[in-house]
Each structure stands twice: as C-alpha cells, then as structure tokens.
Write a protein that binds this ligand. Sequence first.
Ligand SMILES: Nc1ncnc2c1ncn2[C@@H]1O[C@H](COP(=O)(O)OP(=O)(O)OP(=O)(O)O)[C@@H](O)[C@H]1O
Ligand SMILES: [Mg+2]
Length: 309
Amino acid sequence: MITTVTMNTSIDKAYFMDHEVQNGTVMRVSRCRNSAGGKGLNVARAVKLCGEKVQATGLAGGFNGKYLESLLEKDEVQYQFLHIAGETRCCINILDECYGSTEYLEPGCEVAAEEEDRFLQRFPEIIQKSKIITISGSVPRGISKNIYAKMISKAKEMGKKVILDTSGELLKEGIKAKPTVVKPNQDEIELLYEVEIHTIEDVIKYARKIYEQGIPYVVISLGGEGALMVCEEGVFQGKPPKLEVVNTVGCGDSMVGGLAVALERNYTSQEALKFAVAVASANALSPNTGDFKPEICEKILSEVTVKRL
Ligand SMILES: Nc1ncnc2c1ncn2[C@@H]1O[C@H](COP(=O)(O)OP(=O)(O)OP(=O)(O)O)[C@@H](O)[C@H]1O
Ligand SMILES: [Mg+2]
C-alpha cells in the first residue's frame, strides 16, 4: 500500500464563469466544482487510478474537514486524518475566458504544537501497512519546518521508502533526512540553491548536488520537456510526446503518484522514470487534478522516450 501525506489540506472550489470577471460587481458563477485539495490528495487519486492501494493522511478540521473526507469517499480514497481544532481552509479558483485562472488561497488555521506532536505520535501506526510514503506540499502555520525530516527518519527506520515533493525550508530540512526520492521542479531547485538555471547542464549539476547528499533518486520535473533523473545507474531524461494540453495543474503530483507506484512495483529506475512521465503527462489532458484516463496513459507510455545523458 501507498500512504500519501497532506498536512495543508483544503476544499478546492473551482468557479466556472460564463462572463469575463469584472472587479467591483456581482458575478454569478455558472458552475461550481468542489474537490478534496492539497497536493498529496492529487497524488492519492493518481495512485488509485494506476490501480494500487492507497490511503491519505494529514490534518483535517471542523466541518470542512468532514466535507473533505466525504469528497475523498466519492474518489474512493481511504483516509486516516488527525482531526485538529481549526477549520480546514477553502481555496477558490475562478476560471473565465479572459483571465484563465485566478486563485484565492485562504491562509488556513494555525495548528497547535500539541496537535503536531499528536500527529507525529500516530504517524508510525498510520504508515505501518504501507511500503511507500509520499510527502507533498506546504504545511499550515504553527507546524515546524523539520516535521518532514522527522517523518522521513521514522518511515526509513521502519523500512519504508519515502518520496518528498516540497519546497523551500521544508525541502532543505527534508533532504537532511535522506528520503528515497525527491522531486523538485526547476523553480524549486533555483530556490534551494539561490541560483538561476538556464541550461540542462545546470539542471544536472544541481540534481547531482542533491544526489551527493545521499538521495538515491533525484527527479527534476521540467514541464513539457519531461523529467531528468539522477541515480546510481546514471543520468536519464524522460520525454513525453507533444500533447494538446488541457490543464497542467497537478502534473507534478501525478508524477509523484507514478513514482510511488513504480517503487511499489519494483520497477527499474528507467522504467520508473518512463512510467512517471506517462502518468504526469496524461494528467495534463484532464481538466481535473490527479486525474487521467488509464487508456490514454497507456498510449502515452508507449510514446515516452528515455535516454541517457
Ligand atoms: N505541457 C506538458 N506537456 C506534456 N507533459 C507535461 C506538460 N507539463 C507537465 N507535464 C508532465 O508533468 C510532469 C511534471 O510537470 P511539472 O514539471 O510542471 O511539475 P510541477 O511544476 O511540480 O507541477 P505541480 O506542482 O503544479 O503539480 C512533467 O515531467 C511532464 O511529464
Ligand atoms: Mg510540484
């Protein structure tokens, strides 16, 4: 089984507008879609679609927390959240023809130190039956910046493999605990090393730097260019075919889902890269996050190329 961790969950509300948004007026929403949000929940949906067993964990609170759980039931994703006193936040994405997507992200509630401790205490029991753990995204206010490092150390001590997909201080601290895989995108390595990256050689250079810190698989996602992997066998690039993209939000999360499934199935590193690129790119063809049509994914998989750099 695969467990996906989402500390900063939300109710994601997509507002589809028939008319161009005009500030300072009353706007009527033509259609609204609510989904269980937070990057790890996109990972969970992608894993489920690949046909592997998955459970979601993290923090959920209040009536929105309960609603989040009911949305996951519709997605047929099992969950074990720690219930916190604060209310799970809402994030609104307004979609209109003129501006495309405009997002309003609530700050979310503050989590108490005692709630963080309780989550860490329950964590070993939650992940007990899983072979692979994914940790994604940001954390709510009040949570320590080394919480992911603590989770990674515990999971590794229990013999689990861990995939970390986050940014900034959380990524920096998390790397110190040596997860099995990290999956930053180009912006995230630029932030990590405070540099600007212009060439694929630069990407390889910084991916190697992370690898040398004891991370067995460093996967850098490069949007439509696919992804680069540095591992013991060498450096590889996986490229998807050219696609008529619908929505790339959640592509990185779907890639993490693909990597988790590949680890669960003991794929070789090159097979894992190929599979993860296919799952991620299939997500770009769906309007929803962590969503794809399995038959489209199969077709893309047959067209993904992997070459040694
Ligand atoms: N335009 C695209 N065409 C084909 N595949 C894409 C495209 N954009 C993304 N992908 C696929 O998704 C993978 C991850 O994308 P990306 O690098 O954008 O991740 P990300 O920035 O972490 O995304 P997010 O965090 O929003 O989920 C890529 O490696 C690629 O396989
Ligand atoms: Mg990402």
